[in-house]
Structures are given as structure tokens and as C-alpha cells.
Write a protein that binds this ligand. Structure first.
Ligand code: FAD
Length: 483
């Protein structure tokens, strides 16, 4: 008989969290600390969602999405997780751009970018200053319809090189394009420019294991290998509301559900269109998901070393930046994340993770034979490209493997294998969810600004505060009044 991964759980929880991405785990942690009874269900055999890792023969550990995040992570982790975890966040100083238009080595912060833009790109200092100041002042509630491309043209007209320098790293990091609202660029870019790029020293494995310990200490019941199949609703006082979930075929009752699954999956698959107004369903269906990613994992033989060529190396052979070319099946744009031994202090190992933006449709339409051929091509092209920066690196590699949008879909169940949630309009649907179906909340990569490690953690906290109010009100209503 199959093992019961839900063995011993209780019949009722205040909250069930679907998914253990950073948004789901943070929401669960905050709500458990508020004193609520929380059950966290994850379908994978490992916690972390996209913030994950895997090991391979030969002593290799590969991180999937530990490439870089803004300094704001230190404060968020300290406040909503622990000082101990926050203490391992360190700056990455070697960010490089190599493409036909320019080569730039930078610490990726406002001071250095100002220097580069003024000295190397010859942009007037006052334009750069005005750009950064205006960007910082951008406000989500302004409802400004301007696109990122239009904003760039206002400050840097005709400067394809400057626009590439600003846009390429953000497009690589969250799949956004020149056609997305300028606010999405403004928020993400300003977060990085504040103090540069940071990482978690010790690796995703150490981070997620520490978070798991913290969840347990705060009383969260965590279960892996559990797929939530359905959010259950019942009509009370003439209105549908959440009463539980069906997971691994079992019914679990709860007052509220916080879904860390993709917003489209949450509404259309987990809750089901029948629980919402036709307008809301239409709005959800119209939400565009962001692009996906491929990755190539290169493990370096024990005993071999690599020279320091930078921590994050953004490379492209495209003559100019193009959002379409960036996600093309045959794109030449790649980000090399270089993991030197200091990523995991005490280790003497090196790995390289190559990230490539991609379209799900391109990969999902391949036959098994074509799929194998295309993955091999991806690996080969990545090694050839890396050899330009580290001659002879091929001979040092003893593990090579590729992941595609199909891999992301398989491990995270994300709609169309999206790696960066949805376009901007998804945020409105996510925020409106509890008004549509009381008790159902969503926290996870959405709307571009609420994605990435920092975005999803912060969104997890914002939504957890709303869930806390809802559950607390429920508990009060259920407590008999004492005279
Ligand atoms: C290749 C790549 C590189 C990246 N690099 C960076 C980077 O350098 N810096 C950065 O800040 N961000 C990066 N990101 C983005 C970042 O990893 C994500 O934005 C963030 O981790 C997403 O967190 P989340 O809370 O949305 O949940 P996710 O990580 O998307 O996790 C959702 C979880 O829900 C689970 N789930 C879904 N449906 C169900 C169900 N029905 N039942 C049970 N469980 C379910 C999934 O298994 C998954 O564990 C990268 C992403 C990718 C793909």
C-alpha cells in the first residue's frame, strides 16, 4: 500500500497553505507566529519551490534560482524569519555584461551605474540623477500607463546601448519586456540599485533547511509529497466560502486557504470557475503568464579550479537588445551564475549554472527525440560560450545537464511552466481573490513586482496580514460572548 503522507494530521486547521515556495513558506511562518494552526502542503519531495537545489554524482550541488536579490532581503528575512538566516546574506560584487554593444564590470548599484552611465556611456550627469530620483519616487498607486520602453525614450532617446544596460538584467531576471508598465521596471531596478546584488552564503539547501526548522519551531505542520487537488467551498449565509481542501484524495477542513500556486491555477484549477463571477473568471483567463526558463548545469571535477570571471555574467551575441530574441529557442543570450567555493564555505567545489529565458510553447511542442536533441544543443552551446571566457573549461566539466520549461512545470506545477508568475494584471486578480471567494488568498510570484525572492517574501507577508485579520475575526465570531 502507498505511504500516507498525510498520516496523523488533524481534521481542521485555521489555515492550509498550498505550496512551499518562498511566498507560501513566509506566509505560513508569519501566521503560525500569530498563533494560528497552520498546515503547509507541498507536492514536491523538497521544500522551497523554485528556491531549490539538487545534488548529483561527483559531489555536485546545483542551485536553481540563487543568483542574486536586492539588499531588502536582509530586513525581510530578519523580520519574518530570523537574525541567524539574515546573517548569511552577503553582497556579490562581480556583475558583468558582455555583448556586441558594450562590456561593463559593475557592482550593480546606483553609485557605480551613475559612474558607468556618465563616464562610459557619456550620458549627462543630471539626466542620470533625474532618472534615478524619478524611478525611486514611482508609486504603484499612480496608475501610470507609460511602458518601460516609453520611459527609456524619455530619458535616453535613441540610446539603444543605455536602454540595453538598464533592461537586460531585469528582463533576464523576471521575463519583463519594454512593453510592460514602467512601474514594474522602476520598482525592481530601484530595489537593486539601492545597494547592489546579494546572495545567501551557504546555498539554497542551507537556507531552506533553516527555514524548515523555523517553521517547525513556530508550530507549522509541514507535509511534502502532497498534491492539493481542490479547494472546497460551501454556501453559508447565501455566499460561497472556503471550508477546506482535498489533498492526496483526503478532505482537510480549514477556515482559510493561502495558495502559493500560480494565480491562474488557483482560480481556474484549484477553486474552479464555478466559485466565481463570470467577470472574474474572464479577468483571470485574460491574465498573461510570464515567460519561462531553461538552465544548463555544469559541474566542475573535484580538484579542478576556475578563475574568477565575475559572479553573474550577462552575455549575448545579439547586436541589440530584443525581448523577442531573448526568449527565442535559439537565443544567444545567457546568464552565467558562477559558484566559487565561497558560495558554500568549507567546500572546495565550483559549479556553473547557465540561465536562458525561454518560451514554454517552443519546448512543449517537441517530440521526445527532438526534446533530447534540443537539450543537448543547449548544453553544447552553453559550454562553447563559456569557453570564450574560460578557455579549456570543457575538460574540467564532469557533470552536464539541462532543464527546460517542461522541467519547471513538472516540479512546480506552474501554469505553462512560467518561472516568473504573471504579467502586471495578475496582481489585481490575486489581490481581489478574497473579495470574490471569502477565505481564499494567494501569495506567490505575480504581477512582476511581486516576484523574485524578495518580491514573493514581501507579498507573503502582506497577504498573511490579511489572512490573520480574517482568521482572527472568524475565531472571535465562533467564541461565545461572556457577559
Ligand atoms: C531559472 C530561475 C532563476 C531565478 N533566479 C532568481 C534570482 O536570481 N533572484 C530572484 O530573486 N529570483 C529568481 N527567480 C525567481 C524566484 O525563484 C521566484 O520568483 C520565487 O522563488 C517564487 O516563489 P513563489 O513563492 O512564487 O513560489 P514557487 O517557488 O513558485 O513555489 C510554488 C510552490 O507551490 C507548489 N505547488 C503548486 N501547486 C501545488 C499543489 N496543487 N499542491 C501542492 N503544492 C503545489 C509547487 O510545487 C512549489 O513548490 C528565478 C526563477 C527561475 C525559474
Amino acid at each position: 500500500m502507498a505511504y500516507d503522507w498525510l498520516k496523523g494530521i488533524e481534521e481542521h486547521y485555521d489555515l492550509v497553505v498550498i505550496g512551499s515556495g518562498l511566498g507560501g513558506m513566509t506566509g505560513a511562518n508569519v501566521l503560525a507566529k500569530c498563533g494560528h494552526k497552520v498546515l503547509l502542503l507541498e507536492h514536491h519531495y523538497q521544500l522551497g519551490g523554485l528556491a531549490t537545489w539538487f545534488t548529483r554524482k561527483g559531489g555536485h550541488i546545483f542551485d536553481i534560482s540563487l543568483h542574486g536579490f536586492p539588499i531588502g532581503m536582509i530586513k525581510s528575512i530578519r523580520k519574518y524569519w530570523s537574525q541567524d538566516i539574515a546573517a548569511s546574506i552577503v553582497q556579490l560584487k562581480g556583475v558583468r555584461f558582455i555583448n556586441p554593444q558594450f562590456q561593463v564590470d559593475t557592482t550593480f548599484d546606483r553609485e557605480d551605474f551613475t559612474r558607468q552611465l556618465v563616464e562610459k556611456f557619456k550620458v549627462p550627469a543630471e539626466t542620470v540623477e533625474r532618472f534615478f530620483t524619478d524611478l525611486r519616487a514611482m508609486n504603484f498607486y499612480d496608475n501610470n500607463p507609460e511602458t518601460t520602453g516609453q520611459m527609456f525614450e524619455r530619458y535616453f532617446p535613441g540610446r539603444a546601448d543605455v536602454q540595453r544596460l538598464l533592461m537586460e538584467p531585469i528582463a533576464y531576471a523576471n521575463g519583463s519586456t519594454m512593453d510592460d508598465p514602467a512601474i514594474t521596471f522602476g520598482i525592481v531596478f530601484s530595489n537593486f540599485m539601492s545597494k547592489g546584488v546579494y546572495t545567501f552564503q551557504g546555498g539554497s539547501d542551507v537556507l531552506i533547511k533553516k527555514m524548515a526548522v523555523e517553521l517547525k519551531a513556530n508550530g507549522v505542520e509541514v507535509r511534502k509529497h502532497v498534491v492539493v487537488e481542490k479547494v472546497l467551498t460551501e454556501e453559508r449565509d447565501g455566499r460561497k466560502q472556503v471550508v477546506g481542501v482535498v489533498a492526496n484524495g483526503k478532505t482537510i477542513r480549514c477556515d482559510a486557504v493561502l495558495s502559493n500556486a500560480n494565480i491562474k491555477s488557483t482560480v481556474l484549477r484549484l477553486a474552479g470557475a464555478e466559485n466565481f463571477s463570470p467577470e472574474f473568471v474572464a479577468q483571470t483567463k485574460a491574465v498573461r503568464v510570464n515567460s519561462s526558463s531553461c538552465q544548463v548545469y555544469l559541474g566542475i571535477k573535484k580538484g579542478e579550479t576556475l578563475p574568477h570571471i565575475g559572479d553573474l555574467v550577462f552575455t549575448s551575441d545579439e547586436p541589440v537588445f530584443s525581448s523577442e530574441k531573448l526568449v527565442d529557442l535559439h537565443t544567444t543570450s545567457r546568464t552565467f551564475s558562477m559558484y566559487y567555493p565561497d558560495t558554500r564555505p568549507g567546500s572546495d567545489r565550483y559549479t556553473v549554472v547557465v540561465s536562458i529565458n525561454a518560451k514554454y510553447e517552443d519546448w512543449n511542442s517537441l517530440t521526445p527525440e527532438q526534446y533530447a536533441v534540443e537539450k543537448e544543443r543547449l548544453i553544447e552551446e552553453s559550454i562553447v560560450s563559456l569557453e570564450r571566457y574560460i578557455p579549456g573549461v570543457r575538460a574540467k566539466i564532469d557533470w552536464r545537464e539541462a532543464a527546460t520549461p517542461r522541467t519547471i512545470e513538472y516540479y512546480t506545477k506552474h501554469w505553462a511552466g512560467t518561472s516568473f508568475g504573471t504579467k502586471f494584471e495578475g496582481l489585481k486578480v490575486s489581490m481581489d481573490l478574497p473579495n470574490q471567494l471569502p477565505g481564499l488568498y494567494h501569495a506567490g510570484s505575480v504581477g512582476i513586482i511581486m516576484s523574485g525572492w524578495l518580491g514573493t517574501i514581501n507579498y507573503g507577508v502582506i497577504v498573511a496580514n490579511q489572512v490573520d485579520k480574517f482568521i482572527t475575526a472568524r475565531k472571535r465570531a465562533a467564541t461565545p460572548a461572556t457577559a
